[in-house]
Write a protein that binds this ligand. Structure first.
Ligand code: 13P
Length: 251
């Protein structure tokens, strides 16, 4: 049985005080005995305080990005060892906003994944097709390429530290959720692509999250699908009550 995971990607929201408020509310609202793994990803400036506040709570902290280099003249960037030095061992890589707005290619993302693996960090690897790919019925091809180019340089053993997050770009922040059937179809396909390359054990143990307009009222149906192991939540993760309700839906 795969553990369900609900992760909140807070994107460029919440200053220091607001982050602390949200964390305190989550500590109140999220049951400490929850069997669902819970992850939150605040902005870089709030990671250290999030780690401090959540040290003894069953909520893990992830970064939203990092640079692939070990260090050096990369103004404005953050390295894997910097994250680890403040107790952050999970990182979101390949988010569609980074691909589209910050020109991160599959090859850059593959390098970031390699760096994370070298540091024994855990990666939430995001990918997903654009609306045009879906309309052209090309969505499976696109997703297979993103998986191949971003991850297929890894060893099977690396997948113990990989979480996949399928996030169709057309469903992110639009209020338009992919239907549970569309999500299940894609997740089953993703698991099959992984199985063909890495075998049954890796595929069966791999968590595949769905992201894109997940809300308290659609989470249960989405998470109830066989190959959906939880969600990566944007907008609805910024409100403690709605995030806690989504966590509760991931039974
Ligand atoms: P929304 O839940 O706001 O659609 O965002 C999803 C997302 O991008 C999570 O990484």
């Amino acid at each position: 049985m795969r553990t369900k995971i609900v992760a909140g990607n807070w994107k460029m929201h919440k200053n220091a005080e607001e982050t602390e408020d949200l964390i305190n509310q989550l500590i109140e609202l999220v049951p400490s005995e929850s069997t669902t793994r819970i992850i939150v990803a605040p902005t870089f400036t709030n990671l250290a305080s999030a780690v401090d506040h959540l040290e003894f709570i069953n909520i893990d902290v992830a970064a939203q990005n990092m640079h692939q280099a070990e260090g050096g003249a990369y103004t404005g960037e953050i390295s894997a060892s910097m994250l680890q030095s403040i107790g952050v061992n999970t990182v979101i890589l390949g988010h569609s906003e980074r691909r589209a707005m910050f020109h991160e290619t599959d090859s850059i993302i593959a390098d970031k994944v390699s760096t994370a693996m070298k540091h024994e960090m855990e990666v939430i690897f995001c990918f997903g097709e654009e609306l045009k790919d879906r309309q052209d019925h090309n969505y499976k091809n696109i997703v297979e390429h993103q998986l191949r180019d971003g991850l297929f340089h890894l060893e099977a053993s690396d997948f113990a530290r990989i979480i996949l997050a399928y996030e169709p770009v057309w469903a992110i922040g639009t209020g338009e959720t992919a239907s549970p059937e569309q999500v299940q179809e894609m997740h089953a396909f993703i698991r099959e692509v992984i199985r063909q390359k890495y075998g049954r054990d890796v595929a069966e143990n791999l968590a595949i999250l769905y992201g894109g307009s997940v809300k308290p009222d659609n989470a249960e149906e989405l998470f109830g699908k066989e190959d959906v192991d939880g969600g990566l939540i944007g907008g609805a993760a910024l409100d403690a009550k709605s995030f806690a309700a989504i966590v509760a839906a991931a039974k």
